[in-house]
Design a protein around this ligand. Structure first.
Ligand code: DX5
Ligand code: ZN
Length: 215
């Protein structure tokens, strides 16, 4: 089973993103997680295309973009052009998830779909065989540094059995409050990709923390 760490750049020092990219390049993290927030779908605003482009210029790892925006269909092409290799959108942000999935596929990049903690896991069922990844949010999207929601383990179990039944190749990602305290348990419950922001970038040695979370 694949075990991947995707460090979230949201917790990095924005005045030195090049250094953050270099750290990730040298680390055992296979992906880099980039959170785009629009201030409408979520209350917070993070950054947009110029920053994404700057990161893709320096980062050699898979560019994993999590869009917390309304009307994701409008921006799929621009995210692909800016370097997204995996593009994950929110189920709640669109009336037509199938359309967004098709648009992302059309760009020739990988597609992910995600839900916040208040959406039943069953909502993802119709899409599991159409996507490369499902992202289970273990906090409400919008801010880094929140506390991991313990009910996420039960949700993960439910999602894992759906994925096993419908599309075993589909990756399961968990995002929000992930740290050294829950990484092993999440991997053991069937997660393939763990996103970690503050747990990595606030660690005295982020590269070492990435290594430890994979143990
Ligand atoms: C939250 C974002 C996360 C965030 C995680 O909306 O989707 O990717 O960066 O941050 P931590 O790991 O600090 O909870
Ligand atoms: Zn995220």
């Amino acid at each position: 089973m694949q075990r991947i760490i995707s460090p979230s750049i949201l917790a990095a020092d924005f005045s030195n993103l090049k250094a953050a990219c270099k750290m990730i390049n040298r680390s055992e993290a296979e992906w880099i997680h980039i959170d785009v927030m629009d201030g409408v779908f979520v209350p917070n605003i993070s950054f947009g295309f110029p920053v994404l482009e700057a990161i893709t210029k320096y980062c050699m790892k898979l560019i994993d973009v999590h869009i917390m925006i309304v009307h994701p269909e409008k921006y799929v092409k621009r995210f692909a052009e800016a370097g997204a290799e995996m593009l994950t959108f929110h189920y709640e942000a669109t009336e037509n998830p199938d359309e967004v999935i098709d648009l992302i596929r059309h760009e020739g990049i990988k597609v992910g779909i995600t839900i916040n903690p208040d959406v039943p896991v069953a909502a993802l069922k119709p899409y599991i065989d159409k996507v490369d990844m499902v992202l289970l949010m273990s906090v409400f999207a919008g801010y880094g540094g929140q506390k991991f929601r313990e009910e996420s383990y039960d949700r993960l179990k439910e999602l894992k059995s759906m994925v096993d039944e419908l599309n075993p190749a589909c990756l399961i990602q968990v995002d929000g409050g992930v740290s050294i305290n829950n990484a092993k348990k999440l991997f053991d419950h069937g997660a393939n990709v763990l996103v970690a922001g503050s747990a990595e970038f606030n660690a005295p040695d982020p590269k070492e923390m990435i290594r430890k979370m994979l143990l």
